[in-house]
Write a protein that binds this ligand. Structure first.
Ligand code: URA
Length: 248
C-alpha cells in the first residue's frame, strides 16, 4: 500500500506542510498566523484547516511567496552521475543530495526505485509512492532496463547466445538468470536489456564470460528514455503518461 494520500485525500494544513519538510507543525501554525500561507488567493490563518491534496495543489498553495513543492505522489527521473550512491546513509555524495534540501525531509520519503552502482550513470527513478515503487520492481511487472556497456576486452562472439540461454549461473547463486538480450555495437561496446535486477548483474554477467565492464550507463527503463537534454545530476518530475511508459 502507498503511504501517499490518494488524489482526493484531505490533510490538515500543518500536517501536510510538516510532511513536506516546511517545518514542525508548530512552525507551520506560526507561518499561517503570520499570513505567510496563501491558498487560492486567500491567506490561510488556521493551521488545522483541511486541504484536498490534488495534483494541482502547488499552483494554488503558496508559502512565503513561493508555489508549494510538488505534493505527495511524486515520481522523478534523475540523470544519475558517476560517483554518487543510491543510499540514504552512506558517507560521500548520495543521489538524495541532488534534490532540493527540503525534499529530503519529506514523509513519505522519496526513495530510489531499485539502485544503480556508484560507478553506473544514467536513468534513475525516484518516488515517494510506495505502491508505484513496488509495481515497477515487482518481478511480474517484467520492466526491461537497458544499459550501454563498455568492455575492457573485445567480445568473443558467443556472449549473446550465453546471455539469451536462460541458463547462465552467476557466482554464488543457485538460480540461473532469465534470458537477457545483447545488442553488439562494436568489439567492446554493446547494449544489454534485462528484466531482473540482481546485485551488480551486468558487471557479474560479463565477468562470467571472462570480460570486465569499464563503463555502464542505463538509458532506458520500460519505454521511458533518459532525455538527451537532461544533464548528469539533473532531474525532472514525471507526468502520468511518462510513468505509464515505464510499463509500456
Ligand atoms: N548492473 C550492474 O552491474 N550495475 C548496475 O548499476 C546496474 C546493473
Amino acid at each position: 500500500m502507498s503511504k501517499a494520500p490518494t488524489k482526493s485525500a484531505t490533510l490538515r494544513l500543518d500536517r501536510l506542510l510538516a510532511n513536506m519538510g516546511y517545518g514542525s507543525r508548530r512552525e507551520i501554525a506560526g507561518l499561517a498566523q503570520a499570513g505567510r500561507i496563501v491558498f487560492d488567493g486567500q491567506r490561510l490563518r488556521e493551521a488545522d484547516q483541511r486541504i484536498a491534496v490534488t495534483p494541482d495543489l502547488s499552483g494554488r498553495l503558496w508559502v512565503d511567496g513561493e508555489v508549494l513543492d510538488p505534493p505527495p505522489g511524486l515520481a522523478l527521473l534523475l540523470h544519475k552521475p558517476l560517483g554518487v550512491t543510491c543510499s540514504h546513509r552512506e558517507a560521500g555524495p548520495i543521489v538524495y543530495g541532488l534534490l532540493p534540501p527540503r525534499w529530503r525531509r519529506r514523509e513519505p520519503a522519496i526513495s530510489t526505485v531499485g539502485r544503480l552502482d556508484k560507478e553506473t550513470s544514467g536513468l534513475l527513478l525516484l518516488t515517494d509512492d510506495g505502491a508505484l515503487l513496488h509495481r515497477i520492481i515487482a518481478p511480474k511487472a517484467n520492466v526491461a532496463k537497458r544499459y550501454q556497456v563498455t568492455l575492457d576486452r573485445p567480445l568473443r562472439g558467443d556472449e549473446g547466445a550465453i546471455f539469451a540461454s536462460g541458463t547462465l549461473m552467476l557466482d554464488g547463486e543457485n538460480r540461473p538468470l532469465l534470458p537477457v538480450a545483447l545488442d553488439v555495437q562494436d568489439t567492446t561496446r554493446a547494449a544489454i536489456t534485462l528484466t531482473e535486477g540482481r546485485y551488480h548483474q551486468v558487471r557479474r554477467m560479463f565477468a562470467a564470460v571472462g570480460n570486465h565492464v569499464t563503463a555502464l550507463h542505463r538509458d532506458r527503463v520500460g519505454a521511458l528514455d533518459l532525455p538527451a537534454d537532461l544533464a548528469p545530476g539533473s532531474y525532472r518530475i514525471l507526468s502520468e503518461p511518462e510513468i505509464a511508459r515505464v510499463f509500456a
